[in-house]
Design a protein around this ligand. Sequence first.
Ligand SMILES: [Zn+2]
Length: 119
Amino acid sequence: MKFELKQHFQIESARYLPHLPPEHPCSRMHGHSFKIVLTLVGPLDPVLGWVIDYNDIQSKMQPLLAQLDHRVLNEVPGLENPTSELLAKWLYDHGSQHLEGLIRVTVAETPLTECSYPA
Ligand SMILES: [Zn+2]
């Protein structure tokens, strides 16, 4: 019996996308309030009746998010081209080392767009 959990986070970060032509607005330094959703899947703890304490997800993600929040993403190793796609992959690759059951990271750079990794 497996359950799926989601936990939402938000970070404020600056970025520019270095491979775009100069006339593209995203080639210039700008900021986003990135919404991040982690999806975890796991079995129920038979005694506690939950998959994982949301506080544990929070504390395990905190060091990673601290590397991104109120920073220039381009300066973070591995995020030299910080598209939402590559940010989702970076969060998944690093987050899955600490969070058992992490199956997906979704990044929304605006209220109208989002992308997930892995698909
Ligand atoms: Zn942008």
